[in-house]
Design a protein around this ligand. Structure first.
Ligand code: SF4
Length: 242
């Protein structure tokens, strides 16, 4: 049997930033010590996106923002300081999962002893390789206030594939009680039990988070959902790579 030698792209991925240890600021692992690998590119264009430098070529020079990087370097940086969790995020990280470098990155992080979490907008289902390696999918489908067309932001078959892993937590950015009603409508239709739903206030300042949290906390609890804040914003504001 012959094997094909790897090409340079076999062992690289396009990265915006790799940083940590810091904390996982959102969702079921809130407060856990974690490092982040932020990959480039997204298939949505949310109006309130807090990482537009990963995808918005109209506002950012993506040739300067994004770097094709050896996965050995990405993994070594992510594992510095022995974080318990490595979060692969974006942009939309699952856009990269058909690149050979993706599987290599998952292997290196697993060998390094990290629990791997993937943060996804829920529009792309996981490959078997991804599912096998990932401890938790933090799935964050977008509500109408994100501004994306519904056919783009809500992909029921992909959400079902993520839900079927049994390792998906569904996280929704909310501003108002009406948003909580929308979350209940969606998750009921998708067969996602309330105990696997986290609602999170929108905001990139502590003041905005506090205002939205006050608006959504009671209706979220009444609906049976979990609440999360954005701990990194409370600690460091909108500072990048924290
Ligand atoms: S899905 Fe996430 S990364 Fe993509 S535009 Fe929306 S908020 Fe930004």
């Amino acid at each position: 049997m012959t094997t094909t030698p790897p090409t340079p792209t076999d062992t690289t991925l396009v990265v915006a930033e790799t940083f940590g240890p810091t904390v996982q600021g959102e969702g079921p692992s809130l407060g856990r010590r974690a490092s982040f690998v932020r990959l480039g590119g997204c298939n949505l264009a949310c109006t309130w996106c807090d990482t537009p430098y990963t995808w918005d070529g109209d506002r950012y020079d993506l040739r300067a923002e994004l770097t094709r990087t050896p996965v050995t370097d990405i993994a070594a940086r992510a594992l510095q300081g022995a974080p318990g969790v490595v979060v692969i995020t974006g942009g939309e990280p699952l856009l990269h999962q058909h690149q050979p470098g993706w599987a290599t990155l998952l292997d290196l992080l697993t060998a390094g002893g990290a629990d791997i979490e993937v943060e996804t907008n829920g529009t792309i289902g996981p490959t078997p390789t991804t599912t096998a390696a990932v401890a938790r999918f933090n799935v964050s489908p977008k509500l109408p206030h994100a501004g994306d067309p519904e056919r783009a932001r809500i992909r029921p078959s992909q959400l079902a594939a993520l839900n079927a892993t049994g390792r998906a937590a569904f996280k929704f950015v909310c501003r108002t009680p009406t948003d909580i009603d929308q979350v209940a409508t969606y998750t009921t239709a998708w067969g996602v039990p309330p105990a696997r739903v986290w609602v999170m206030p929108e905001g990139t300042t502590p003041a905005a988070l506090n205002a939205h949290l006050a608006a959504i906390a009671d209706p979220a609890i009444t609906a049976g959902f979990n609440l999360t804040t954005r701990l990194h914003v409370h600690a460091w504001g909108d500072e990048r790579a924290r």
